[in-house]
Design a protein around this ligand. Structure first.
Ligand SMILES: C[S@@+](CC[C@H](N)C(=O)[O-])C[C@H]1O[C@@H](n2cnc3c(N)ncnc32)[C@H](O)[C@@H]1O
Length: 319
């Protein structure tokens, strides 16, 4: 068990768009909520407070270090909170095992936490030279080093292109393969820099998109989100709300499409003259177009810059 506490005064540990999230979930006293990415417990704490008297929350995370901090932080809520280690793709099973369904709200604050980015030895960041790991769950089967050292050049380029949307993926994969084995975040950052150079006008480090791609691959982030959205939809009681914060366009596109598909009565191809799909809307979009953090919040916490919140409400109709 880690002894560190989440420093509450550090803006990097502030939950992103806190008030917007509580609003989007329409948290009400006595409600039953799932925080599928409980992290350091910041959102969970605010949800629990707004849900009193009588509200309960089930918090899930795959990172035991985060859960240890959340346990300590949420302890004042006593029996109103239950924490579980697991993947949010498994949210239906986790809720069912605890008799925690249907629910009035589910939050997914996807991506890495400030704890994971800032803790030495987790291997998420090129700002320190450390083993190339990137697993949110330290018991997960595959590290970033496994991927860069064992994939074919073709597969590596595909991963970097697909998950990093990095146009220079082939050049990068070629240099990575030439330099194998790569052991540390520094080895990888230097390989990318050798492949694509670093121009003074670049706003971000040239390895940013490659690191994002590997992190998504290591943690199966898109597969997890896809499964969690479907499960969350089915767990919601009529009037229950789903809120999702995503930090990159691949996730946000998935959430946007998911909400679009479930808020329409017909999903037939637009050119088809007669509806044959029998599809009925089961959700209502409650934050049209999504919401981003305020300038003030971004100034305090630069990580909030890329956050986009989307939310939907379950309709009282049969699925
Ligand atoms: C951005 S942080 C959440 C911060 C949290 N909302 C708070 O207020 O402190 C994301 C958390 O979700 C967890 N996580 C990401 N993907 C996950 C998944 N597929 N299953 C379970 N936990 C996941 C990470 O381990 C991390 O702790």
């Amino acid at each position: 068990m880690p002894s560190e506490r989440a420093p509450q005064h550090d803006p990097r540990h502030e939950p992103v768009m806190l008030h917007d999230v509580v609003d989007a979930l329409a948290v009400r006293p006595g409600g039953r909520y799932v925080d599928a990415t409980v992290g350091l417990g910041g959102h969970a704490s605010a949800i629990l407070e707004a849900a009193q008297p009588g509200g309960r929350l089930l918090g899930i995370d795959r990172d035991p270090q985060a859960l240890a901090i959340a346990t300590e932080r949420l302890a004042p809520h006593g029996d109103a909170v239950v924490l579980a280690r697991g993947e949010f793709a498994e949210v239906a099973r986790i809720c069912e095992e605890r008799g925690f369904a249907p629910v009035d709200g589910i939050l997914i604050d996807a991506g890495v936490s400030s704890l994971q980015l800032d803790t030495a030895g987790r291997g998420f960041s090129f700002r320190r030279d450390e083993p190339l790991d990137m697993r949110m769950d330290p018991d997960g089967p595959t590290t970033a080093a496994d991927i860069v050292n064992t994939s074919t050049e073709f597969d590596l380029a595909a991963t970097i292109f697909q998950y990093g949307e990095e146009r220079r993926s082939r050049r990068i994969a070629k240099v990575i393969v030439e330099r194998r084995p790569l052991r540390t975040t520094g080895d990888l950052a230097r390989a990318v820099e050798a492949a694509v150079g670093r121009r003074p006008q670049d706003r971000i480090h040239p390895a940013t998109l490659t690191f994002q791609a590997l992190r998504i691959a290591v943690n199966g982030e898109l597969e997890q989100l896809e499964a969690a959205l479907d499960a969350a939809h089915d767990l919601l009681a009529p009037g229950g709300r789903l809120a999702v914060i995503s930090f990159h366009s691949l996730e946000d596109r998935m959430v946007k499409q998911f909400i679009r598909d479930h808020t329409r009565d017909c999903i037939c191809p637009p050119k088809q003259p007669i509806c044959t799909c029998d599809h009925r809307a089961t959700l209502r979009d409650v934050v049209r177009g999504g919401r981003t953090a305020s300038d003030d919040e971004v100034a305090r916490n630069p990580r909030a810059r890329s956050a986009r919140l989307r939310a939907a409400e379950r309709l009282a109709v049969a699925a």
